[in-house]
Design a protein around this ligand. Structure first.
Ligand code: FE2
Length: 390
């Protein structure tokens, strides 16, 4: 075993392991390369394997025909070991037939050089392979960095999207501030309903492809169309006339238009499609008397049927100028009473199993106690609450 021309290694030079059972070949190879590389010579494949337990090389020159363990067996071990599998191997051999060369290359060698070799040519080929190896590693590093940058950027865009989304939802609340924390609470109710739905065999197939985060994010936009409702109606302190109520109902179509306009400027679809479903179906009713399309039963997308329960429960437990806030128990009873009328009866059953947790959410995210805000709420919600006539 030797290192470099004078037996010492230099840190600025790459390291080559030269393996050959013939001592003359080892000396010849060392002489050819030692001015440019730290050359470590070994006379068997097993010594190479042993050496690699504690050291590494930039390149391995490996003889094919050796006693005990030949070059082919040796490279198989190298390539099966995580520590050595990426070290480039060049076969040095007197066997120059095509089949032997093909065998060597197919076992993972990067080159196959016939002996006796020309020292300048050997040097050139090693330089070329080390250059390729170095560029390959740079490319891997670059790709890793690129992936990292893409991850960071993706997270930033996701954060920005969520921030904009929250702001849009809050803009609706600012205009129709009677809803207080309505948007946040309905998001939490939806989260609870979806979590329960996932455990229910009946719905598992239907929802297996759903992106729950996407649905929860988009649920915040269910009333975004209220942004286009006139103040005179949206903030009217008294009950609405039937004409004014017809105007309020348009918030669904306005919301749909908002989503369609966004769609024209982006190729994103998953989020926007979910938002559109929730916006356009959260006022549909199981018996077909809802709006805007009078959909009936399971014609109403499951997301919309869920949103109806979350939306109405929250309206019921909220105080309005024309009514007190119903207690949780009263709200639950009203929803039971409207099972099969306003609501999907199976989902009402599902709701009843988790109603106590709805109550917890309502208590943890209480409504704002601002009378003016509450007054405005009456205009936009009362017509949609079961148990109340317009
Ligand atoms: Fe609505």
């Amino acid at each position: 075993m030797s290192a470099s021309c004078n037996g010492t290694s230099r840190e600025d030079m790459k390291t080559i392991f030269l393996v050959d059972d013939d001592i003359t070949n080892l000396a010849f190879g060392n002489d050819a390369l030692c001015k440019h590389y730290n050359v470590i010579t070994m006379n068997s494949g097993s010594r190479l394997i042993k050496m690699l337990e504690n050291h590494t090389a930039d390149l391995i020159l490996l003889d094919v025909e050796m006693p005990e363990m030949d070059g082919y067996s040796t490279i198989k071990i190298l390539k099966s070991n995580e520590h050595s599998k990426y070290i480039p191997v060049i076969f040095l051999t007197a066997k120059s037939d095509t089949e032997s060369e093909l065998t060597g290359l197919s076992l993972g060698a990067i080159d196959y050089i016939a002996k006796p070799f020309s020292p300048p040519l050997l040097l050139k080929r090693i330089q070329m392979h080390l250059l390729v190896e170095s560029q390959k590693n740079q490319l891997i590093d670059f790709n890793d960095n690129l992936m990292e940058m893409v991850d960071v950027r993706t997270k930033m865009i996701e954060q920005l999207k969520n921030a904009l989304l929250k702001t849009m939802a809050e803009l609706v609340e600012y205009r129709d501030s009677t809803t207080g924390e309505h948007i946040e609470r309905t998001r939490l109710y939806m989260s609870l309903l979806l979590e329960t739905l996932q455990k229910n065999e009946k719905y598992q197939k239907e929802i297996e492809s759903w992106d729950m985060d996407l649905i929860l994010q988009s649920s915040q936009l269910h009333d975004v169309g209220k942004i286009a409702i006139r103040d005179g109606i949206l903030l009217k302190p008294d009950k609405l006339t039937s004409e004014e109520y017809e105007e309020i109902k348009k918030h669904v179509t306005f919301g749909e238009n908002v989503i369609e306009r966004i769609k024209k400027n982006t190729s994103e679809r998953a989020f926007l499609d979910q938002a559109k479903i929730l916006i356009t179906t959260h006022h549909e009713k199981w018996n077909g008397s809802g709006y805007p399309n009078g959909l009936k039963g399971e014609e109403i997308p499951l997301q919309g049927r869920l949103m109806a329960i979350a939306d109405v429960y929250d309206a019921l437990i909220s105080e309005r100028p024309y009514k007190k806030a119903f207690t949780h128990e009263e709200a639950v009873n009203i929803i039971i009473g409207d099972s099969g009328e306003h609501f999907d009866p199976d989902l009402v059953d599902l709701f009843l199993g988790i109603a106590d947790r709805f109550k917890d959410i309502a208590n943890e995210t209480p409504q704002k106690n601002d009378e003016q805000e509450d007054t405005a709420a009456a205009n936009t919600e009362n017509a949609d609450e079961p148990g109340f006539s317009k």
